[in-house]
Design a protein around this ligand. Structure first.
Ligand code: XMP
Length: 514
């Protein structure tokens, strides 16, 4: 099917996935490509519009990320954002220079509402600026359509050629009317009709999977997380019990979580599939005995997970397809990555099994952002508690127990965490905080309970707000909630005599403790 497409060309800025997400919110499908991608390849995709993103370089410096001038002669509307705006000016003969003052943060901007880019936008509005360089002179044929106190060209257009540039960031929420501007570009200027909708995604994909799989057998590793659950249900709707889902309970799940997954996907659940639960707790605890180093723990858990999965798969025999819950940020990050230091090996835990006999991989969510995966989940009728589940790391409580993992410590952290989640939910805060959990510090300290000296563990509570989990702020939880959780944990969970609240942001902390 010939789908409308907008191409987002990535110059390495920090908000680039956000640009793509905002475009998709306008019901327009878009894909991100590196600025190094061949122009011929981009042209062959027949995009209805092109967006150039921000980036860290200065476009006039040697070796800076660039683009061919022909990009602007394809007859396709182009919108340059921040670095993309400067690059457009630079390549087409304008002048970009270092600004006398760095503009950063929320800034008042005056926009020319007669430009199609600003239709419906308030003439005097707020935008998010973040730049050192600025457009000192627009390129020939361009007209300035926005300015701020410090930035003479906050936006420019060459209407005849449908070329537009914006110095600020319409993709971040701090730009009050940024979504409207992006909507104006993709829907009005590029003329996209907005055919990217999750209900049609579900219908089309069920059909496509059915055709691809035919009478074949499909195997899926189900974790109970959003991605693998949505992938499994999509497959189940397409091919029913040709699908087998293997759920490995590694004993590092939250309290009762294994049973909850089984209740939804097992034989008493509502889906047509074969569900196999493997209770492998003891195996994992045995492998983790005496191991304290976080990356080593991750590796052991990841490898053991694969071994257990392989053993189960071998019992089933040859399958035709293996389902992976890969989502679009994984695709983008693996394509463009390699620059950032490995702080934690999040995405290389697990990997692909070596000894499972399958012919092909199916990745039904490969083109979707997380919020789109959730929408698909709701379309498919998956229970909300699963669809809106907060992120949970693959190695589970293994990285929330500082130091050696033991069955006893798992029980402590599960019980404390269950109380914490219950109270957060009682206080009506569960949808407001992006991630929250209890962790077990490896610290024991002295306390007093009922006139007796105690020497027990300290539980740490964590709650963070974040957009992308790359940076995060500790949530300011109400004192009464913290007090209630603390007193319940001390009273109800044995071997805990102290509760701490972690107020560290990320950076310098990370969200998980290991
Ligand atoms: P950090 O701790 O690096 O976490 O600030 C950022 C986000 O990633 C999750 N996380 C993981 N997810 N495997 C995963 O699948 C891992 O090993 C892992 N470590 C951290 C974490 O829960 C948070 O959402």
């Amino acid at each position: 099917m010939d789908k409308e497409l907008v191409v987002v060309i990535d110059f390495g800025g920090q908000y680039n996935q956000l640009v793509a997400r905002r475009v998709r919110e306008c019901n327009v499908y878009c894909e991100i490509y590196s600025y190094k991608t061949d122009l011929a390849k981009i042209k062959a995709m027949n995009p209805k519009g092109i967006i150039l993103t921000g980036g860290p370089s200065s476009c006039y410096e040697e070796g800076a990320a660039s683009c061919s001038p022909e990009l602007f002669d394809l007859g396709i509307p182009v919108l340059g954002l921040c670095y993309g705006a400067q690059l457009m000016a630079h390549v087409l003969g304008g002048k970009v220079a270092k600004a006398a003052v760095r503009e950063y943060g929320k800034t008042e901007v005056d926009v020319d509402t007669s430009s199609e880019l600003f239709t419906g936008v308030t003439p005097h509005t707020i935008c998010w600026m973040s730049h050192f360089d600025y457009i000192a002179e627009t390129a020939p044929g361009f007209k300035t359509i926005a300015f701020t106190a410090d930035c003479p060209v906050a936006a420019a257009e060459c209407k005849e050629k449908k070329l537009y540039s914006i110095q600020f960031h319409p993709e971040v929420l701090h730009t009050a009317e940024g979504s409207k501007m992006l909507y104006n570009f993709v829907r009005n200027i590029c003329g996209c009709c907005g055919d990217w909708r999750m209900d049609s995604f579900v219908e089309e994909n069920i059909q496509a999977i059915r055709e691809k799989v035919g009478g074949g057998k499909v195997l899926c590793a189900l974790s109970g997380g959003v991605d693998s659950s949505v992938a499994a249900v999509l497959l189940s709707k397409a091919v029913g019990n040709q699908l087998t889902c293997v759920f490995v309970d590694h004993g590092l799940l939250r309290k009762k979580e294994g049973d909850e997954v089984e209740a939804v996907f097992g034989s008493n659940g509502s889906y047509d599939l074969n569900f196999i639960r493997v209770n492998a707790q003891e195996r994992f605890y045995a492998k983790l005995k005496g191991v304290e180093e976080p990356e080593k723990k991750r590796k052991i858990i990841g490898e053991e997970f694969i071994r257990v999965f392989e053993e189960e798969a071998q019992k089933i025999g040859t399958v035709d397809f293996l389902v992976q819950g890969t989502i679009y940020p994984d695709v983008v990050e693996s394509g463009l990555g390699g620059e950032s230091a490995v702080i934690k090996s999040h995405h290389n835990v697990g990997g692909l099994p070596d000894y499972v006999d399958f012919k092909e991989i199916i990745e039904p969510l490969r083109s979707l952002f997380k919020d789109e995966v959730r929408k698909v989940g709701l379309e498919l009728g998956i229970p909300e508690h699963l669809v809106f589940r907060q992120p949970f790391p693959g190695p589970g409580l293994g990285v929330r127990i500082v130091g050696e993992v033991t069955a006893e410590k798992v029980k402590i952290v599960q019980d404390a965490d269950a109380i914490y989640r219950e109270e957060i939910s009682n206080a009506g805060l569960d949808r407001d905080i992006n991630q929250y959990f209890a962790a077990l510090t490896n610290m024991r300290s002295v306390g007093v309970m009922g006139d007796e000296r105690t020497y027990d563990y300290a539980v740490a509570l964590r709650a963070v707000n974040t957009v992308d989990f790359m940076t995060a702020e500790a949530a300011a939880l109400p004192w009464e909630v913290l007090q209630k959780v603390t007193s319940r944990i001390i009273n109800e969970v044995s071997h805990v005599n102290r509760v701490l609240y972690d107020v560290t942001s990320k950076p310098p902390g990370t969200i998980e403790f290991e």
